[in-house]
Design a protein around this ligand. Structure first.
Ligand code: SAH
Length: 209
């Protein structure tokens, strides 16, 4: 099995042909080996057009969802970004190619450990992984040019809006357990411009202590 070929095919069939147009996003996802982030038993499915199971009932998002979320941030390479729900670390690895500095928060310690190992093994050194409740954001790294949330929220956590730079974008699945709307919110003074990207199903954000 040639995973490099499968990765290229994933970029072409699952992303480009379905409307992902940002060449930097396509290049980043053509570069990051998804197989380094999925559990051993799932390696042969690494380029499946679906979410894949991680431990602790969590999932690594479908490639198209990762591409849509990171594309919506409209990154150029000089930004500081925050990811909530780092899971396997795959999306953080993709973001590491698109922004200058990435803070990635994950609430489950074992997943943080695995993600850290995977990122280290690829020599990715601009991602800071943090084990914490991401609903509070991460004030230490704020303000952020972009924030991407990889778990569903009933309501947009206000801390995330507070930690967003003026003009910055927050991408977040908003809604209940069974389905959400993936939204981009752009901070303009006191206002938030909201755009709906698509319907989606993410695992819920859990409440930390
Ligand atoms: N972006 C991930 C997919 C994540 S799935 C990837 O590329 O693999 C959503 C993740 O959000 C899960 O790992 C879950 O543990 C985490 N999560 C849920 N609630 C959270 C919270 N309050 N703070 C931080 N992480 C949270």
């Amino acid at each position: 099995m040639d995973l490099g070929k499968e990765r290229a095919a994933m970029v072409e069939r699952q992303l480009r042909r379905r409307g992902i147009g940002d060449s930097r996003v396509l290049a980043a996802m053509g570069e990051v080996p998804r197989e380094a982030f999925v559990p051993e038993a799932q390696k042969r499915n690494a380029y499946a057009d679906s979410a894949l199971p991680l431990s602790h009932g969590q999932t690594i998002s479908q490639p198209l969802m990762v591409a849509m979320s990171v594309e919506a941030l409209q990154l150029e390479g000089h930004e500081t970004v925050l990811e909530i729900g780092a899971g396997s670390g795959y999306q953080a690895a993709v973001l590491s190619k698109l922004a200058k500095k990435v803070y990635a928060i994950e609430i489950i310690p074992e997943l943080v450990q695995h993600a850290r190992h995977a990122l280290d093994s690829l020599g990715i050194d601009n991602v800071e992984l943090i084990c914490a409740d991401g609903r509070k954001g991460w004030p230490e790294g704020a303000p952020y040019d972009g924030i991407v949330v990889a778990a569903a929220a009933e309501e947009v956590p206000s801390a995330l809006v507070d930690q967003l730079q003026e003009g910055g974008r927050l991408v977040i699945p908003v809604g209940g357990k069974w389905g959400q709307s993936l939204q981009t919110l752009r901070k303009r003074g006191d206002k938030l411009e909201t755009e709906e990207l698509c319907r989606c199903v993410f695992v819920p954000l859990v409440y930390g202590s």
